[in-house]
Design a protein around this ligand. Structure first.
Ligand code: KG4
Ligand code: ZN
Length: 352
């Protein structure tokens, strides 16, 4: 880097149920990563309640930023740029982060960077290893998304295939509900699955034949129906076996599409990202696929898999290097897709 002054990015993440602020130096050194979670509050309702989420973000955001700066040992005046999640997510929740970031960027006269939440998840991998080889194939699995992404160059992300209905994390959450487990369902299902037999129940694959797409609704319905029929017949199902069989089918279905894509060639590495990437069976399953194809494999450490602002600051750093800044008209984009990035999308619209 020609300039020896470090690039300090303040990242903000408020897209769902975590209020998070982080300071990251030069895209990879995490100086702080504060997360104020709302999970215990939403657990009372069995899922995220949007209005409660917005209010909680509002209450927490300033304090979380102050703590992140304090822990990093830097002042606001030393921050180079602010990176904020502008979508996808809950609109009211996103707006808290976006308006806070706009106010700070305006007051400090520093660049504002819009980050796609899913790009953030991917960039948790580059936080760990900025030299991780490209082009890379990344499987992104979260509560709202299941996408297979090609990363040709930094922040050049292309969706190759997605789920046609439920996201994989959503399937975990719904199956957890059927099994009477608390929100968020993924970690609870994983824990139960550890005591079960993954071959106990036959379940349909979520991978769509001849496509790099998924459909998780059939798999979810199979679990619901098994449970329902057993209840009607007065039978007792083994919940651990059910959880283990479901989890194994999710892992196999995700791995199947990764294999299809890697089989086409042209990739230098494989990555896994998103909240569901915290699942140990999935981490192991995808590592095996990478080994089959003799590719290096990367997955974020457990604490960087679920929502956090360090991943947003890391992704923001690469947009900073490309000079892709947002202006003060930045909004929250609840359905933002990868590849329709702000401000590029707005420029395109304006030029029509
Ligand atoms: O990425 P994330 O924190 O938030 C979204 O952007 O959606 O992902 C949350 C999702 C939830 O559906 C949760 O149940 C799932 O990730 N999850 C897991 C595990 N930990 C979190 N799913 C399976 N196994 C886990 N260990
Ligand atoms: Zn997420």
């Amino acid at each position: 880097m020609e300039n020896s002054k470090p690039v300090l990015i303040l990242g903000l993440e408020t897209s769902c149920d975590e209020t998070s602020a982080s300071v990251v130096e030069n895209g990879s050194k995490v100086l702080s990563n504060l997360i104020s979670t709302q999970i215990p509050i939403h657990r009372l309702y069995g899922g995220v309640v949007p209005e409660i989420a917005s209010r909680q973000h509002l209450e927490a955001v300033n304090e979380v930023i102050d703590q992140a700066l304090q822990e990093a040992g830097v002042t606001l005046q030393e921050i180079t740029a602010i990176a904020v999640t502008s979508g996808p997510g809950l609109v009211g929740a996103l707006l808290v982060g976006v308006s806070t970031a706009k106010a700070l960027a305006y007051a400090l006269k520093i660049p504002l960077i819009a980050v796609n939440h899913m790009a953030g998840h991917i960039y948790a991998n580059f936080l760990q290893d900025p030299q991780f080889p490209l082009p890379s194939l990344c499987l992104v699995v979260s509560g709202g998304h299941t996408d297979l992404i090609a990363i040709e160059d930094h922040y050049q992300l292309k969706i190759l295939g997605s789920t046609r209905d439920d996201a994989s994390g959503e399937a975990f959450d719904k199956v957890a509900r059927v099994l009477g487990l608390p929100y968020p369902g993924g970690p609870a299902v994983e824990k139960l699955a550890q005591q079960g037999n993954p071959k106990a129940y036959a379940m349909p694959s979520a991978s769509i034949q001849d496509h790099t797409e998924w459909s998780f609704s059939g798999l979810k319905t199979t679990v619901i129906n098994l449970n329902h029929k057993a209840k009607q017949n007065g039978e007792v199902l083994n919940p651990a076996d059910l959880a283990a069989s479901f989890q194994a089918t999710v892992v196999d279905s995700l791995a199947a599409n990764v294999r299809k894509e890697l089989g086409k060639g042209g990739y230098a590495s494989l990555m896994l990202a998103g909240g569901v990437a915290a699942n140990k069976a999935l981490r192991l399953g995808l590592e095996e696929v990478a080994t089959e194809f003799r590719l290096p494999f990367s997955v974020p450490s457990m604490d960087l898999c679920t929502d956090n602002a360090a991943m947003i600051a890391a992704a923001g750093y690469y947009r900073y290097l490309r000079g892709e800044f947002a202006d003060l008209s930045l909004n929250a984009y609840p359905d933002l897709r990868l590849g329709q990035e702000i401000p590029l999308q707005r420029e395109k619209e304006g030029s029509r």
